[in-house]
Design a protein around this ligand. Structure first.
Ligand code: C2E
Ligand code: MG
Ligand code: MG
Ligand code: MG
Length: 291
């Protein structure tokens, strides 16, 4: 009887693994056509000053509108694309599209709004990355100063020797670099200081239990203090409540991104938002000085 149960268990396991593999295969096949079928698009989520009043940048977030499955979460398809290598094509497309959109919104916006594009680990190791970026800038006409790139902390730790040259090249072109999901990867700030990076984005997981979680609060405070002494700018992501905003302001965080201020939306929505939080010329010169 036990043996039988064991068999069933194995059988059950097999079929669910199979099902998952099949689903992955389907998504992979779909993803290959998604680009040519126009199923991919970008949304933009603005980043704000600590008061939540001025837009200081906008992050491009990739979306896949699957014809049958609807909107597929980026976590699912980006992981798959990373495994299959498709991310190189998707990433190049996202760079080009983001630069084109950003040039257009900077034509219409009352003040400059840089675009941030996420880079996957695989893109960072790809020799075509720098040519792809130069193409995107040249074809769009976007000045390099209005492009920022986000790389995750784990990549930096695992592959530093391999990507250090690339990071310096990007900085030499005039592009700003951020470390994304900071705090999840156990890297030391002193070590990050050796990188040509301007900004740390504190991961949402540290923000989610604020206020009330004193451990998280202490961690954020320590990160901000050290980051500032090393001349990094600090952005907190995933701000959903005014109480969270208040804690981050108290702790000296520089910039905020989250549903409280704005959800990801279209480039048109970003332009509208930029007009509704128009800055005076003083604020504009502040932004230009900081960049
Ligand atoms: P990320 O770069 O850390 O992007 C921030 C994520 O947090 C986005 O999720 C955004 O929608 C979400 N978010 C922002 N504010 C809030 C908030 O207040 N509450 C909550 N619950 N979530 C918030 P999204 O768009 O699902 O993207 C997930 C991840 O997928 C991104 O994390 C990034 O790692 C990756 N990703 C997205 N687009 C691209 C891309 O073009 N290329 C690459 N390589 N990765 C991308
Ligand atoms: Mg990001
Ligand atoms: Mg992030
Ligand atoms: Mg994150």
């Amino acid at each position: 009887h036990i043996k039988q149960q064991g068999r069933n268990a194995i059988h059950f396991f097999d079929s669910s693994v199979n099902q998952q593999a099949q689903q992955h295969q389907q998504l992979n096949d779909g993803l290959r056509c998604a680009l040519t079928n126009g199923e991919l698009f970008l949304q933009y989520q603005p980043r704000f000053d600590i008061e939540g009043q001025r837009i200081l940048g906008a992050e491009a977030l990739l979306r896949w509108q699957h014809p049958e499955q609807g909107l597929v979460p980026p976590f699912t398809f980006i992981t798959l694309a990373e495994e299959s290598g498709m991310i190189l094509k998707l990433g190049a497309w996202a760079l080009q599209q983001a630069c084109t959109d950003a040039l257009e919104w900077n034509r219409q916006s009352p003040y400059p709004i840089p675009v941030s594009v996420n880079l996957s680990p695989r893109q960072l190791r790809d020799p075509e990355l720098i040519p792809d970026i130069c193409d995107a800038l040249r074809i769009s006409g976007l000045p390099a100063e209005l492009l920022e790139l986000e790389i995750t902390e784990s990549v930096v730790i695992e592959d530093i020797n391999r990507i250090l040259g690339t990071l310096h090249e990007l900085r030499d072109i005039g592009i700003s670099l951020s470390i994304d999901d900071f705090g999840t990867g156990y890297s030391s700030l002193a070590y990050l200081k050796k990188l040509p990076v301007n900004t740390l984005k504190i991961d949402r997981s540290f923000v989610i239990d604020l206020p009330g979680n004193t451990d998280d609060e202490c961690l954020i405070e320590a990160i901000i203090t050290m980051a500032h002494s090393l001349r990094f700018k600090v952005v907190a992501e995933g701000i959903e409540t005014q109480a969270q905003q208040a804690v981050l302001k108290k702790l000296g965080c520089d910039e905020l991104q989250g549903f409280l201020m704005a959800r990801p939306g279209s480039a048109a929505e970003l332009i509208n938002l930029a007009h509704s939080c128009d800055t005076d010329s003083d604020a504009l010169s502040q932004i230009l000085i900081r960049r």
